[in-house]
Design a protein around this ligand. Sequence first.
Ligand code: NAD
Length: 253
Amino acid sequence: MILEQFNLSGKAAIVTGANTGLGKAMALGLAEAGAEVAAVYNSTPPDHSGLSQELQARHHPIQADLSDVASVDPLVDQVIDELGGFDILVNNAGIIRREDALDFSESDWDDVMNVNLKTLFFLSQAAARHFVAQGKGGKIINIASMLSYQGGIRVPSYTASKSGVLGLTRLLACEWAGKNINVNGIAPGYMSTANTKALREDPVRNQQILDRIPAGHWGEPESLQGAVVFLASEASSYLHGCTIPVDGGWLVR
Ligand code: NAD
């Protein structure tokens, strides 16, 4: 039955950046669909105190600093130790730096590219190796952006990284579709999180953005739960290399 295909009971997922914002909401959506979730955080562990005992028990907080690819193997090993393996990877952790391109620093370039693109690739590689060894296939879901499609302004490394995420999602899908691994993405629109606080607090930019969103309001982190559960589930088994915009209509404007 079709609804059974969305059921993630018996599956385990890694969600990076799961302590806040979009990652926390997607981790909760996957847990509500039945998955065990390795909720990866860097400095502040996720707070699940408001959740039911059952949902709290499905979250397994794991610390990793994804600015360094050396974190990848220990992270994967810890997840395999604690959860016995995993079937789903959500590459959500990401950072942004804002500065005029004329003044942009090398460290603002490297810091963003390391978390948003380099570690995303090597964590995907480690996950795919695990999926192949496990012999059950798997799901990789990369979190892209409107700036995977558009230029933006004053965020050169972010635009480069998120444009890279879109391309890499396509390449990995081509290489791994035949191994029963679905690689897809979600491109969130303008969502109300810490990442966009500066934009929302700037009255001029905030109004410009609102005027351009057909839905007329910022997205909420929970708006991504349907897409992430779909991409993590059997319901999307023939979907490869696709990045789904969840953007209130921004891209089609
Ligand atoms: P956020 O700043 O609230 O969350 C970012 C997450 O990344 C945090 O959980 C943080 O712990 C994690 N992270 C950052 N650096 C890390 C590191 N070195 N090691 C481990 N974890 C690290 O932002 P958000 O809005 O929830 O963004 C989540 C993702 O969605 C990001 O990839 C972001 O680029 C993307 N995105 C956000 C929006 C938006 O409007 N909020 C739009 C498009 C894309």
